[in-house]
Design a protein around this ligand. Structure first.
Ligand code: FCB
Length: 449
């Protein structure tokens, strides 16, 4: 079996998606509170006010993780719990929650893997321009320093940002995520300031204490649907992948993208020296994989579509199975991206920090959730990862999205990604069939057969 000894099998969540308790212990408002409470933005008006109530059910959830046999747990820290207004000293009670979480993980021998930003920007900072202004990068580094100071004695893996592409483009150009802006220029500003914030945070946290620092990208290989879609596929790849990988791992923005966006901005917001900061060495790359993109050129894209800014749209190949999100199931895409990180980006240590599937799960008459689609999906993706390792990819861990069913952003509670089923009216947790299966994978250090 290819998975190396000590491979970190785990599961992932994010603060706004599971915690609830939005006004407890001094937490400030985030852009997702505002967005989810704005009529028409989230399916059925769902919000994260209660979510899985993880904030109050911490011990129960830690016990679930132990029952699953997780080796690692990736979670995110809610910035507005630590700095309610995005500036100033740490709110002790907010940090205390994460201290309890980290200690509880350590007691159960589970490696904590915090992400400092999984999209819940303090609303007070958004009111001052949010990620479209440079000041937010500096505020982020300050906040990172506070969390690092509070927890770094017990945490060795640190992830600065989750999926800057999604935060920048779905939040600032498509407008389907918080803060709901609809401007290509804003998305480019947000991209740069997110990446700059990452670099400044790495500078702040890098203290020679042996901790490992990284960043998580959403990575989706792109290919043309037809011959005449080649340029569109290159631009989609550029927008979704290279616009983030290149600055962090190569210290430059991709030329073809700078050229493509020249009519929108002169990029004067990129100051001399910024790319040096952004490219500060990281110890690992986090990769989230959900889908591969089959691309068509589209001269008149819908404004709220993901790749409108590069005149492209995504089509789904006919013969391919789709998840409840409508996303194509193509595990070979995972192998493709891992091999690319090896061949084109210097083979950095990689952790899959998210991969998983939404299924229309329901308890049967016996109360069991037989999510065979999830078992099949994860099995095929684990095998793709194994193939990539055999070809030399330095993959070191795999976090399944998600531990719990949770608030799936604009889709609200309608999409279930969990290994554990959450009955929202009662908040009762039930292990799905995939949870038992995954425990066995962890125990054997790889899928059977
Ligand atoms: C990723 C997000 C994560 C979750 C999954 C399904 O883009 O990082 O929070 O919503 O998608």
């Amino acid at each position: 079996m290819a998975f190396p000894k000590g491979f970190l099998w785990g599961a992932a969540t994010a603060s706004y998606q599971i915690e609830g308790a939005v006004d407890r212990d001094g937490r400030g408002a985030s852009i997702w509170d505002t967005f989810s409470h704005t009529p028409g933005k989230v399916y059925r008006g769902d919000t994260g006010d209660i979510a899985c109530d993880h904030y109050h059910r911490l011990e129960e959830d830690l016990d679930l993780m132990a029952r699953l046999g997780l080796k690692a747990y990736r979670f995110s820290v809610a910035w507005p719990r630590v700095q309610p207004d995005g500036t100033g000293p740490a709110n002790r009670k907010g940090l205390d929650f994460y201290r309890r979480l980290v200690d509880g993980l350590r007691r159960r021998d589970i490696e904590p893997m915090p992400t400092l930003y999984h999209w819940d920007l303090p609303q007070a900072l958004e009111n001052r321009g949010g990620w479209t202004v440079r000041e937010t990068s500096e505020r982020f580094a300050e906040y990172a320093g506070l969390v690092y100071k509070g927890l770094s004695d017990s945490v060795s893996f640190w992830i600065t940002l989750n999926e800057p592409w999604v935060a920048a483009w779905l939040g600032h150009a498509a407008g389907v995520h918080a803060p709901g802006r609809k401007s290509v220029k804003d998305a480019l500003l947000a991209t740069h300031h997110l990446l700059l914030g990452h670099g400044l945070a790495v500078e702040t946290m890098r203290q020679g204490d042996g901790n490992r620092l990284g960043i998580t990208f959403s990575l989706s290989p792109a290919r043309p649907s037809r011959d005449r879609d080649k340029e569109a596929a290159r631009l989609v790849d550029g927008n979704a992948n290279r616009l983030y990988l290149d600055p962090v791992l190569k210290g430059r923005y991709p030329e073809d993208l700078l050229e493509h966006y020249a009519p929108v901005t002169d990029f004067s917001f990129v100051y001399d020296g910024d790319l040096g900061v952004i490219a500060a060495p990281v110890d690992f790359v986090g990769a989230n994989f959900y889908m591969r993109h089959l691309v068509r050129h589209d001269p008149e894209p819908q404004r709220d579509s993901m790749f409108a800014s590069v005149n492209a749209r995504i089509v789904i190949p006919h013969a391919v199975e789709r998840t409840a999100m409508g996303w194509p199931v193509e595990p070979e895409g995972l192998k493709e991206l891992l091999v690319r990180l090896k061949d084109e980006y210097g083979n950095p240590p990689v952790y899959i920090t998210e991969n998983g599937i939404a299924v229309h799960d329901y308890p049967d008459q016996a109360g069991e959730i037989n999510d065979e689609e999830r078992v099949r999906y994860l099995g095929s993706h684990f095998r793709a990862a194994e193939d990539a390792i055999s070809e030399g990819s330095d993959l070191r861990g795999y976090m399944v999205w998600s531990l719990l069913d949770n608030f799936e952003w604009a889709e609200g509670y309608s999409k279930r990604f969990g290994l554990v089923y959450v009955d929202y009216p009662t908040l009762k947790r039930t292990l799905k069939k995939s949870a038992g299966w995954y425990s066995e994978v962890i125990r054997r250090n790889g899928p059977a057969g």
